[in-house]
Ligand binder design. Structure first.
Ligand SMILES: Nc1nc2c(c(=O)[nH]1)N[C@H]1C(S)=C(S)[C@@H](COP(=O)(O)OP(=O)(O)OC[C@H]3O[C@@H](n4cnc5c(=O)[nH]c(N)nc54)[C@H](O)[C@@H]3O)O[C@H]1N2
Ligand SMILES: Nc1nc2c(c(=O)[nH]1)N[C@H]1C(S)=C(S)[C@@H](COP(=O)(O)OP(=O)(O)OC[C@H]3O[C@@H](n4cnc5c(=O)[nH]c(N)nc54)[C@H](O)[C@@H]3O)O[C@H]1N2
Ligand code: SF4
Ligand SMILES: [Mo]
Length: 751
């Protein structure tokens, strides 16, 4: 492929609407003009991995982005974000050359200088303070970028035993912990088989807006509709009547943070009423009797007052779930980012297991992907060491990000004084962002690999920008592993990167080459590995992985490359016990770490409810956003400002707050002022803000986002609130006070 400049030439235009249509909408059919090319491409923006059809005009500009109707998995589905890929591609704010921080702001520098200085700065920190003096934070888009997934290992190897953090511990860490303890591998995550289930029981997830998470299911709305159309049932448990709850047969409000009790009561009811269908403890499972005994105290009657749901309703839910022919419980963000996240994910798996729905069509199933993360990643580890100040547990070589700022600020002999961030924005995405701002400002040296000068990377000494999302080829190494069907799809780059640009994986290799240290033999091994990886590129690696993967005899890279719409490899099929990685070869129904944590859950039954003046803060996602980084595209930012505090009419009335009025929201960690949006979709006693806003900080290079700055919910969330078992942040249920903001009269002019 000829290297040519594409992105840069077009910088400057934000364009108006471009035709984009879902399957149901006619859309504008773009006229075919001379030189127009057609590209098929997976959308890298969320876990739904929709297939896209992208038309590029003869002049190199994107003419249209539509859903690919011939994609067997996504069947033409797209959401509004897909069209913003054009904006990302053309965004004048997107960095296309490395920048270095100076007293007068960031200045562009050459790649050669940037890589040299980045490595020298990190090496200097490592020489002064040892490898623990360095930290790395990896953000969410890494999971959507196969170059980063496949090439981070040589980077970490060259860095040495540094402190590692990622967005995992503000997200799905409890899922990995449960998978590791129950199934023997952190990536053995059961996925709800929603295309065949007859009962979908959802805790703390809003797939209609998020498009599904740890459940890759493009066009999830249609799939949910189909459950009810075939006579199935959907029940959603959530403190907010979400868009997903709006499609359900039943929505149950729950006090934030009390799902652990509800789940324990559901499992305990199943046992107590003899509704279990997992059979005796033999063959597939181990520990059922222990689980039954440990959960017996969590009767529906016992927990009902604490969670605000009647015991009768809990028992009836357990009965109908257990009776359904193919039922699946699914718990996502809302039950992961809370103080009992680990227990919740164990109990979700256990509920599926004891009702006979684990590894069964219509239940919770394990995909069998063409590239298997079980072969690429270790099984995981837990609690081998802890963070400095609070001893929060390590998981799989990472420390909980809730401990990052405090450990930096506490100093100490080995505290991190240098940081690398890769595709992340922890200042907006992790609890107590202001504290992290402070910690980052005090670092000796910081490097970021990112497309933008964002709220976090503005603290960096150097920012190294990778190629844009359409400028590299793509394979969803992670998300085929989490998909509700076995599928595979390879997409070549739509645009070649410019001659001097580097892909993420190339940046990681370049840094690794400059950071490798240690004994000669080790350095030689590292050099050999990097040489091999550089020659292969991710595509060469994919070819090899397919050859050694589970479809080696039926799916070659050549076949994949000649199937631009992707290949359907069929329904999920039962794979246990073969895929289990536990020491016993069985499912561990009652790992000690969960049983030991049950006393903490039991104590929460008697925990005093929130103070009368306090409300519990939760967050929400919005269809036209993606965490913190997609507020810079005018197409997605049209309409009224969205950073509003949802509040129940009773709570608003008590505070004499009218719709649209400004409210001051305070927590232990900070305070912000935001407009109130009164709605009974939120339960009384709970308030809700979107996450990812807060762009008003100094020095951020996002000109569109600056016009819609909003406030960061994570200036209110509290790094001290964690699930101590997993170390995951408890972002949900933060106690806050809300008062009407006094509008002070403008100061009188002084003479
Ligand atoms: N209160 C609250 N906080 C939350 C959440 C919540 O629900 N409530 N959600 C949490 C969740 S689930 C997550 S995953 C985290 C996300 O938290 P993070 O991963 O820390 O943040 P993102 O907003 O995803 O920032 C991604 C950054 O990556 C850059 N980027 C995009 N694509 C690429 C690429 O291909 N390569 C490189 N190098 N950079 C790229 C973008 O420019 C952006 O700066 O936030 C968490 N924080
Ligand atoms: N449009 C859009 N899509 C996205 C993203 C985005 O930012 N915008 N982010 C992507 C990412 S990184 C992820 S991880 C996924 C997340 O995907 P989901 O988990 O589906 O997303 P959320 O909307 O955060 O859903 C969490 C739900 O939990 C509820 N909740 C909060 N606290 C509690 C509680 O204590 N108990 C219960 N039962 N429920 C609670 C919230 O009200 C919310 O409805 O979405 C992905 N997709
Ligand atoms: S749903 Fe997700 S993958 Fe599909 S088009 Fe929207 S952002 Fe892209
Ligand atoms: Mo996430």
């Amino acid at each position: 492929m000829a290297e040519q400049e594409t992105g840069r030439r077009e910088a400057g235009s934000h364009g108006g609407g471009i035709p984009a249509a879902g399957p149901g909408e006619p859309g504008l059919k773009p006229m075919q003009d001379e030189g127009e090319t057609l590209h098929y491409r997976a959308c890298p923006l969320c876990e739904a991995i929709c297939g896209l059809e992208i038309r590029v005009a003869g002049d190199g500009r994107i003419r249209s982005i539509r859903g690919d109707r011939n994609d067997p998995f996504s069947r033409g589905h797209v959401c509004p974000k897909a069209v913003a890929l054009k904006d990302i591609h053309e965004d004048p704010d997107r960095l296309r050359q490395p920048v270095r921080r100076t007293n007068k702001g960031f200045e562009p520098v050459s790649w050669d200088l940037a890589l040299r200085e980045a490595a020298a700065g990190l090496r200097a920190v490592r020489d002064r303070h040892g490898p623990r003096g360095l930290a790395v934070y990896a953000g969410n888009p890494n999971a959507h970028n196969w170059g980063s997934v496949l090439y981070s290992r040589p980077f970490y190897r060259a860095l040495g035993p540094v402190r590692r953090y990622s967005a995992t511990s503000v997200d799905q860490l409890p899922h990995h912990l449960a998978a590791y303890a129950m199934f023997g591998h952190q990536m053995l995550l059961p996925v709800p088989d929603i295309d065949r289930t007859s009962f979908f029981l959802v805790f703390g997830a809003n797939p209609v807006v998020s498009n599904g998470s740890l459940m890759t299911a493009p066009d999830v709305k249609k799939r949910l509709k189909a459950i009810r159309a075939r006579g199935g049932r959907i029940v959603v448990v959530d403190p907010r009547r979400t868009e997903t709850a709006g499609m359900a047969d039943e929505h149950i409000f729950i006090r934030p943070g009390t799902d652990g009790l509800l789940l324990a009561a559901l499992v305990s009811t199943v046992f107590e009423e003899g509704l279990d269908r997992s059979g005796p403890d033999a063959g597939l499972t181990h520990g059922l009797a222990e689980a039954r005994e440990a959960l017996a105290v969590f009767s529906a009657e016992q927990v009902a007052p604490a969670i605000g749901i009647e015991a009768r309703a809990i028992r009836s839910l357990a009965r109908s779930f257990a009776a359904a022919d193919g039922a699946v419980a699914y718990g996502r963000m809302g039950v992961s980012v809370q103080a009992f996240g680990g227990l919740c994910q164990w109990l979700v798996n256990l509920l599926n297991l004891v009702t006979g729905n684990l590894d069964r069509p219509g239940g919770a199933m394990f995909p069998n992907p063409a590239v298997d993360m079980l072969q690429l990643m270790g099984p995981g580890s837990h609690g081998r060491y802890g963070s400095d100040v609070r001893n929060l547990p390590e998981f799989s070589g990472e420390l909980p990000v809730s401990s990052m700022a405090e450990d930096m600020l506490a100093g100490g002999d080995s505290a991190a004084r240098g940081l690398v961030t890769i595709a992340g924005n922890p200042v907006l995405s992790t609890p107590n962002g202001r504290q992290l701002d402070k910690a980052l400002a005090g670092l000796e040296f910081m490097v970021s690999v990112d497309l933008y000068i964002n709220e976090t990377t503005r603290h960096a000494d150097l920012i190294l920008p990778p190629s844009g999302p359409l400028e590299h080829d793509h394979y969803d190494v992670i998300f085929h592993q989490l998909a509700i069907r076995n599928t595979a799809r390879y997409s070549p780059a739509v645009f070649p990167k410019s001659a001097e640009a580097l892909h993420d994986w190339e940046i990681l290799l370049e840094l690794a080459a400059r950071l490798d240290s240690g004994p000669w033999l080790e350095r030689m091994k590292g050099r050999f590995m990097r040489g091999f990886l550089r020659r292969q590129g991710p595509t060469g690696l994919l070819e090899r992985l397919l050859r050694n993967g589970p479809y080696a005899h039926t799916l070659s890279f050549r076949q994949l490359a000649s199937a631009p719409h992707g290949i359907d490899l069929g329904d999920l099929e039962p794979v246990l016990p073969q895929r289990l990685r536990t020491s016993t070869g069985r499912v561990h129904a009652a790992p000690d770490l969960f049983l030991d944590d049950l006393s903490r859950l039991a104590e929460s039954v008697d925990a005093p409810p929130a103070r009368p003046d306090e409300l519990l803060l939760i967050s929400r996602r919005q269809p036209r956003s993606n965490n913190s980084w997609m507020h810079n595209y005018p197409r997605l930012m049209k309409g009224p400002d969205r950073c509003t505090l949802l509040m129940h009419p009773e709570d608003a009335g008590r505070r004499v707050l009218l719709n649209g009025a400004l409210a001051r929201v305070r927590s232990r960690t900070g305070e912000i002022v935001v407009p109130v949006e009164i709605s009974d979709e939120i339960m009384p006693g709970v308030v809700c803000l979107p996450h990812g806003f807060g762009h008003g900080r100094d020095g951020v290079g996002l000109s569109v986002a600056a016009r819609h700055p909003g406030e960061s919910v994570n200036d209110l969330t509290d790094e001290q609130r964690v699930d101590p078992l997993s170390g995951n942040a408890a972002l949900s249920g933060v106690p806050v006070t809300v008062v009407a903001e006094e509008i002070r009269p403008a100061a009188a002019p002084t003479a």
